[in-house]
Write a protein that binds this ligand. Structure first.
Ligand code: NAP
Ligand code: F7E
Length: 344
C-alpha cells in the first residue's frame, strides 16, 4: 500500500513537532514547512531529520510561509498531500495585541490561502485540511464551553482564528472540501514555547531552586485554564481527519486550574512551599523555608483584555472520535519538570 502523505504548516512549533512524531510512527510520509530564519529554528525536530530523513526519506522540510500564496500553492501542488495540518500561527495572545495586522495575516488569511490552494488545484477529493482552532475564540463566554457555546473573541489572535474557523466551514459547504476545525484548549509539553505561562513558571522555578534566578515575574494569577497534554492532543488532530464526514470538534480535559494553582503545584513538586502575601500588583510569593520573595507581579504581563475562564466540555469528541485525554495534569507537569531539569 502507498504511504499516506501529510503536510504540516508550523512543523517547528510545539504541536507541529509532536504531530510529526505521531504521524511518522504511523508510517506517514511527513512534509513540513519551516520559515527562513536568521538563526536555527528547527531544534524541536532536528532529531527527526536524522532518524527519518537520513534513514528512509520519510521526513522532508521545505521553506515556506502562510503569508505567501505562491509558496503555498506550489508546495501543495508538488507534494499532493492526503492530509494538511495548518498549525502555523502567531500563537501568542499578548503578542497579538502588539502585532494585530501580522496576526490577522498569518492566522486568518493563512488558512484561507491553504483552502484556496486546494480549491484552485482541484484537490477537493484528495486533500483534507485540519485547522488549528482555539478555545480563545470563546473569550469570556460562560464556562464550561462546548461546540454550541457562542464565540466572544476578545483579542486580535482570537478574532483572526475565528475568521479561519468560519472560512473552514464555509469552504466545506461551498466547495465540498474535507476541512475541519479542532477547537483545542490549552495544551502543554516539554516542547511548549518559553513565553507561555506553564513553561515560563517551570523554567523559572528550577532556576530559582538552583540559585540561577532570583525572582519570577508574572501577570494575572487568577485566570483559569483547562490545561491538557499536547501529546494527547495531537492524536485528536489525526482522528478528526480520519472520520467519514468533515466536522468540528472541541478538545479539552474538562478541568480548570488558576495560574496560581499551577505555580503552587510546580514549586511544591520541586521542593519549595510558597506563601502568598499582598493583593493585586503588590501580591508576592514567598519561599516558606527562608522567607525570601521569589514571585512578584509585573503589569507588563497583563493583557489589554483577559480571558478569565476556559474550561471545555469535550463530550462530542469522546463519543464520536473515541478520544479522551490520557495523561493526567500532574504527570504532564512532572514530565515538563523532568525535561527542564535535564536541560537547564
Ligand atoms: P507554536 O509553538 O507557537 O508554533 C507555531 C508554529 O507556526 C511554528 O512552527 C512557527 O514557526 C509557525 N509559524 C508562525 N508564523 C508562521 C508563518 N507566517 N508561516 C509559517 N509558519 C509560521 O504554537 P503551538 O502551541 O504548537 O500551536 C499550534 C497551533 O495550534 C497554532 O496555530 C496555535 O495558534 C494553535 N493552538 C494552540 C494551542 C495551545 O495551547 N498550544 C491551543 C489552541 C490552538 P517558527 O518556529 O518559525 O516561529
Ligand atoms: O497564558 C496568564 C495569562 O500565554 C495563560 C496559546 O497556546 O492557549 C494559549 O494562550 C494565562 C493567561 O496562554 C503570565 O494572562 C499570567 O490568562 O500561557 P498563556 P493563553 O493566552 O491561554 C490558547 C488556547 C491558544 O490558542 C494560544 O495559542 O496565564 N499569565 N502571567 C501569563 N501568561 C504569560 N504568557 N506570561 C505570564 O507571565
Amino acid at each position: 500500500m502507498k504511504k499516506k502523505i501529510a503536510l504540516i504548516f508550523g512543523i517547528t512549533g510545539q504541536d507541529g513537532s509532536l504531530l510529526a512524531r505521531f504521524l511518522l510512527k504511523k508510517n506517514y510520509l511527513v512534509h513540513g514547512v519551516k520559515r527562513r530564519s536568521s538563526s536555527f529554528n528547527t531544534s524541536r525536530i532536528d532529531d527527526l531529520y536524522d532518524a527519518y530523513y537520513k534513514k528512509n526519506k520519510n521526513f522532508k522540510l521545505h521553506y515556506g510561509d502562510v503569508t505567501d500564496s505562491l509558496n503555498i500553492i506550489t508546495l501543495i501542488k508538488k507534494i499532493k498531500p492526503h492530509e494538511i495540518y495548518n498549525l502555523a500561527a502567531q500563537s501568542h495572545v499578548k503578542v497579538s495585541f502588539e502585532t494585530p495586522e501580522y496576526t490577522a495575516n498569518a492566522d486568518a488569511l493563512g488558512c484561507l490561502r491553504i483552502l484556496e490552494a486546494i480549491r484552485i488545484l482541484n484537490y477537493q477529493k484528495t486533500t483534507k485540511l485540519y485547522q488549528a482552532s482555539t478555545s480563545e475564540m470563546f473569550g469570556d463566554a460562560k464556562a464550561p464551553q462546548d461546540e454550541n457555546t457562542p464565540f466572544k473573541p476578545n483579542s486580535p489572535y482570537a478574532v483572526a482564528k475565528l475568521y479561519a474557523y468560519w472560512i473552514v466551514k464555509s469552504y466545506r459547504t461551498a466547495y465540498g472540501i474535507f476541512s475541519c476545525n479542532g477547537v483545542l484548549f490549552n495544551h502543554e509539553s516539554y516542547a511548549r514555547g518559553e513565553t507561555f505561562v506553564t513553561k515560563k513558571i517551570i523554567q523559572a522555578a528550577i532556576k530559582i531552586k538552583n540559585k540561577k534566578q532570583n525572582i519570577l515575574y508574572l501577570g494575572n494569577l487568577n485566570s483559569i485554564r483547562d490545561w491538557g497534554d499536547a501529546r494527547d492532543y495531537v492524536e485528536s488532530m489525526w482522528k478528526i481527519l480520519q472520520q467519514k464526514k468533515p466536522d468540528d470538534y472541541l478538545i479539552s480535559t474538562g478541568k480548570g486550574y488558576t495560574v496560581k494553582n499551577f505555580v503552587n503545584k510546580v514549586f511544591k513538586k520541586i521542593g519549595i512551599n510558597l506563601i502568598w502575601k499582598g493583593k493585586g500588583l503588590k501580591e508576592v510569593g514567598i519561599n516558606k523555608s527562608n522567607n525570601k520573595i521569589i514571585i512578584k507581579i509585573d503589569k507588563e504581563y497583563f493583557r489589554p483584555n483577559e480571558v478569565n475562564i476556559l474550561i471545555g466540555n469535550s463530550k462530542k469528541s469522546q463519543k464520536k472520535l473515541n478520544w479522551k485525554p490520557k495523561i493526567p495534569f500532574d504527570k504532564m507537569i512532572e514530565d515538563m519538570i523532568l525535561f527542564e531539569e535535564k536541560n537547564t
